[in-house]
Design a protein around this ligand. Structure first.
Ligand SMILES: Nc1ncnc2c1ncn2[C@@H]1O[C@H](COP(=O)(O)OP(=O)(O)O)[C@@H](O)[C@H]1O
Ligand SMILES: [Mg+2]
Length: 397
């Protein structure tokens, strides 16, 4: 792998080189001492880098435009910023232009090597080298779109109907809505029990989960948000690396705000499902997400739009939304208020309380698409008993 370090400061360049030489790989390391903050993308050492390490410890801001252009042009490469103690202040901006990691200068000795390994894994994944279970993440285009409800209930269907081993991870560390959609078990087991464990394995992950059904495990967000403080993207990454070897599907419910954990999860996802309603504020929220996806260089196939709660008289025409977003909906789910309310009020999965309801049938059909089969549960019978299913079929594009 080619690693290029860019800085105005020779001491910085030397320090980073020493850390990189202590790493695991046999990497080619290039040091670029530039005189301005402008990132010269025509320089071969920059243009051919697999990992770009940028100094942002100086008072002036990084060249955001240049970094974004680099991210867009180099799908296989990663960028890491090394900054001062107050690097948090530029984190969101950095994520938006496609920076994958940001470290304080004081922690490079401790953490830079991990970042390099992640860049290597990412590159290998691009080259099709890795993979076990599929990772799906679900993100609301705006709060209240139904991402938590839909993701947790789809995960349940994949286990119950499609007989897959499924791990549902509730990563809304503030509200943990997905957990409440599936169970009223108030056990205090949560993802906080796993972070920082030196040796993760399938059984260790399961020991921190609630087993909701025979092949369905729920890894909750901590009930007390204070326990979630300090959970890092690297720790979540480690859990995912283990989980893909033990489950067929890992479904992850993300919070409403984009943060470094969400970013890492989306990086690791085979598919990101943004969920939205067919009304304007959700469409605007989706456009914001799309800009971030673009800066992260996610291929179009990685993003699959989900239209939820369709059927309101105030809905915008789907065709107009697709034109505005320049993307088609992969999944269309109906509004099913009475059954959803029953499910939430009883703390039971939707499929248990209303297996033949409109939304359950749509989720089974979505599951069929994901596993590439046609399940028997949802098949309409000759009496037309499940005729709603027939109508729902036309909802999927
Ligand atoms: N298809 C649907 N039909 C009816 N109600 C729904 C549907 N999907 C979600 N809901 C309801 O919408 C509300 C918001 O859902 P939630 O999953 O918490 O949203 P998000 O995670 O996107 O913020 C919840 O009360 C949920 O029960
Ligand atoms: Mg939610």
């Amino acid at each position: 792998m080619k690693i290029t370090v860019v800085s105005k400061d020779n001491t910085f360049l030397h320090r980073i080189k020493v850390v990189l030489l202590g790493g695991r790989g046999n990497d080619q390391i290039e040091l670029v001492n530039r005189s301005s903050s402008h990132l010269d993308l025509d320089m071969p050492d920059i243009a051919n880098a697999n990992l770009l390490v940028l100094d942002s410890t100086e008072s002036e801001l990084p060249d955001w435009g240049g970094i974004e252009k680099f991210s867009l042009q180099h799908a296989h490469s990663s960028t890491v910023l090394i900054g001062s103690e107050s690097i948090e202040q530029i984190l969101v901006q950095a994520m938006r232009v496609g920076v994958r990691d940001a470290l304080r200068l004081s922690e490079v000795e401790e953490r830079l090597v991990e970042v390099v390994e992640r860049a290597r894994t990412r590159q290998a994944a691009f080259e099709g080298a890795l993979r076990g279970g599929k990772v799906f993440s679900f993100i609301p285009s705006k709060g209240g779109s139904g991402a938590s409800f839909v993701s947790s209930n789809l995960a349940y269907v994949l286990a119950k109907v499609h007989k897959k081993r499924v791990l549902m991870i509730d990563l809304d560390l503030e509200f943990s809505d997905a957990s409440f959609c599936l169970t009223d078990d108030d056990s205090i087991k949560s993802i906080a029990d796993l972070v920082g464990r030196p040796s993760l394995s399938g059984p260790v992950i399961e020991s921190a989960c609630i087993q909701v059904d025979q092949s369905f495990w729920l890894l909750r967000a901590p009930q007390n948000p204070e326990l979630a403080v300090g959970i890092t993207p690297d720790q979540i990454d480690d859990i995912l690396s283990t989980a893909v070897r033990h489950y067929d599907f890992i479904c992850i419910d993300l919070a409403r705000t984009l943060d470094p954990i969400a970013l890492r999860v989306m990086d690791r996802s085979d598919v990101v499902f943004p969920v939205l309603h067919a009304v304007l504020p959700f469409v605007r929220g989706m456009q914001r997400l799309q800009r971030t996806f673009k800066a992260l260089h996610y291929p179009e196939s990685k993003i699959q739009l989900v239209a939820n709660r369709l059927g309101h008289k105030d809905d915008l025409p789907i065709g107009d939304i697709e034109a505005a977003l320049q993307a088609k909906f992969a999944v269309r789910l109906p509004n099913d208020y009475p059954n959803v309310s029953t499910s939430i009020n009883t703390g039971k999965p939707l499929f248990e309380v209303a297996p033949q309801g409109g939304l359950s049938l749509a989720l089974v059909q979505w599951g069929d698409q994901l596993v590439g089969i046609k399940s028997e549960v949802a098949a309409p019978d000759s009496t037309g008993k499940f005729s709603l299913f027939g109508r729902l079929s036309s909802l999927f594009s």
